[in-house]
Ligand binder design. Structure first.
Ligand SMILES: [Zn+2]
Length: 346
């Protein structure tokens, strides 16, 4: 089956066709694009998707830089640039998904409806045809913060893959139609969250990881792993209720239901103990928050407690994906949490 009506194809692109900068290259792309690069060992293929979200450019920047260098990878490489349409929507690289479109990284399962469904289905067909030994999906987080990997399968191969980029692996049993669920096809697959989209460190991390991914003979064995990976299992998702308000201040104004200090992002991946406060809670108390784990059980009281108007962890917890962007905190979530040990909070 051909995907030529949905995807564009580039084979071993020469520097002349790539533009001098990632933005110039983006200008030349007209839609979701597949890039093939022939490797030394042509019997094997590794795959990497990126730009599924149009405002998460680290993987795209890394790929552009890597392609310009004209390196020969150890094995064949298949690159999938999914969200070229949102990425090109002005101002470039600022829009997660087309305004009228769906989140592409929720479309990798039946039914493949609408333009994003068609792109997801076409990408899955490319993967099936290429039969890669592994797959990466490279993203940026919404806030700043350290990189981490996400998987639905926690085994040695997935840990080794994650270790090309980071020493933190979040394992989730949630199924949302994300590309990383390709792991169910017996192809080790991890999502890499490189850190913030504006963060130079995140771009460098994506590039360094890509170089390891393309130069190592073996990326799936733990003996070859770059770091010991710590695993955080089935994080609970802490959200703000629909009508609730949040502010980021060193002292609460008294107007908001929840106040976090402006440097709350420093808590990312650190352990917070019950005696430490995270911020201030308004009159509505914990009712302004929800905490839902993969088992769908509401568990706010297991995660958080109130003491003298301040919000504290109910037990030692490890937090991540904390943001200081109120729009993201309201529309997505406040943060994720596991026990300090990395085990889920039940
Ligand atoms: Zn993303």
């Amino acid at each position: 089956m051909s995907n030529a009506n949905v995807l564009d194809y580039l084979n071993d692109p020469s520097p002349k066709t790539l533009g001098r900068s990632p933005l110039e290259w983006l200008d030349q792309l007209t839609g979701p694009t597949v890039v093939h690069v022939a490797g030394r060992d042509r019997s094997r293929t590794r795959a990497m998707a990126t730009l599924l979200h149009g405002n998460e450019p680290s993987g795209f920047f890394a790929l552009h830089r890597w392609l310009l260098e004209q390196r020969t990878p150890e094995v064949n490489m298949l690159f999938l640039l999914g969200g070229v349409y949102p990425a090109k929507t002005p101002p470039k690289l600022t829009v997660r998904q087309r305004p009228e479109g769906r989140d592409l990284n929720r479309c990798f399962r039946q039914p493949f409806e609408g333009p994003e469904g068609a792109i997801a289905e076409a990408m899955l067909i490319e993967l099936r045809n290429a039969n890669p030994e592994c797959l990466l999906d490279v993203h940026n987080t919404s806030g700043t913060g350290p990189a981490f990997a996400v998987t639905i399968t926690n085994d040695a191969a997935h840990q080794a893959l994650a270790s090309l980029f980071t020493d933190r692996l979040v394992m989730t049993d949630l199924r949302l139609g994300a590309l990383m669920e390709y792991s169910e096809q017996e192809v080790p697959t991890v999502t890499i969250e490189c850190g913030g989209s504006q963060d130079e460190h995140a771009h460098q991390l994506a590039y360094d990881g890509l170089v390891r991914y393309t130069t190592k003979t073996d990326v799936l064995s733990l003996e070859q792993a770059e770091w010991d990976v710590s695993v955080l299992r089935n994080p609970i998702r802490v959200e703000l209720a629909n009508q609730a308000s949040i502010e980021y201040r060193d002292t609460p104004s008294g107007q908001a239901d929840l106040t976090f200090p402006p440097d709350i992002e420093h808590r990312n991946f650190g352990i917070v103990y019950p005696h430490e406060s995270l911020g201030w809670i308004g009159e509505k108390g914990l009712g302004t928050l929800t905490a839902i784990g993969h088992n769908r059980i509401e568990s706010t009281a297991r995660v958080l407690r109130i003491e003298n108007g301040k919000i504290h962890p109910a037990q030692a917890i490890r937090l991540f994906m904390i943001t200081t962007n109120p729009a993201i905190a309201k529309s997505d979530c406040l943060f994720y949490a596991v026990k300090a040990s990395g085990e889920p909070i039940f």
